[in-house]
Design a protein around this ligand. Structure first.
Ligand code: ZN
Length: 251
């Protein structure tokens, strides 16, 4: 049995067209948050995604005028210290997908093994795909760290992968070609950390496609698969997380 902790890096916002499919007509920015997750148990300390430090440095004066929900952001290591550990102590980092806000901090985990879906890795690193994976949105330094200093600690996986008994990764794709979710056994039942398979609970509840995706059929098939799991679903960007799990822990 494992315990999952929700670590909130920041208050954030995203263009409506990233969050919602065009047909839903939301163009104004949508308030979102950014969280990453710590799984503890059986002597393991595992992160799901790395979070991103310094998001509040990206808020402009205009953003601060426009949005009333922006508070100072927190670094991942500070969040881990609040729950009694640190980046140094993390043994494994499971990357749900290679989008900057999910892999930004890889360099902060000097002892961790990194797990990435093979399709995702080659999709992002194939120069042919540069137009849809531009450097600005896919920062190269953390990727260079994975391909360099941490290369011996990197494992590329396929569509199903058992991390250890009670923790497994499953491919759903949709949002990105190699998007994975992480299933965790807890004493409150199964938990699935969904990466960005959906951004907001209303999307999986009402079958509303996300805006930013590489395959909308996979997005919808992913919703269907996730609904069938009868698990507690944990997305990375929905404030409802904090109403559903006010203690910030499951298990
Ligand atoms: Zn993403």
């Amino acid at each position: 049995m494992y315990k999952v902790s929700i670590l909130k890096n920041a208050d954030w916002f995203a263009p409506g067209t990233v969050i919602y499919d065009h047909a839903y007509g939301v163009h104004e920015p949508v308030k979102i948050c950014l969280v990453c997750f710590l799984i503890e148990g059986q002597g393991r300390k595992i992160m799901v995604d790395t979070g991103m430090d310094g998001i509040d440095q990206t808020y402009t004066e205009e953003h601060k005028d426009q949005f009333d929900h922006l508070s100072p952001s927190k670094d991942t290591n500070a969040l881990l210290k609040e729950v009694g550990t640190s980046c140094e102590e993390i043994d494994t980092v499971l990357l749900t997908h290679l989008h900057f806000d999910h892999y930004w901090n890889v360099e902060q985990f000097p002892h961790a093994n990194f797990i990435v879906n093979r399709k995702e890795w080659f999709h992002v690193l194939d120069p042919q795909n540069l137009p849809i994976n531009p450097v600005k949105a896919f920062p190269r330094e953390p990727l260079a760290y994975l391909a360099g200093e941490a290369f011996g600690r990197l494992t590329l996986i396929d569509d199903e992968y058992e991390v250890c008994p009670g923790i497994s990764m499953h491919w759903v794709g949709g949002h990105s070609p190699g998007g994975m979710v992480v299933k965790v056994v807890t004493n409150e039942g199964p938990v699935i950390i969904v990466g960005d398979a959906f951004y907001l609970y209303e999307q999986i509840e009402n079958n509303i496609p996300i805006g930013y995706c590489t395959d909308y059929r996979e997005v919808l098939a992913g919703y269907e698969w996730l609904r069938k799991q009868n698990a507690t679903l944990l997305p990375a960007h929905d404030y409802s997380l904090f109403q559903k799990h006010p203690s910030l822990t499951i298990g």
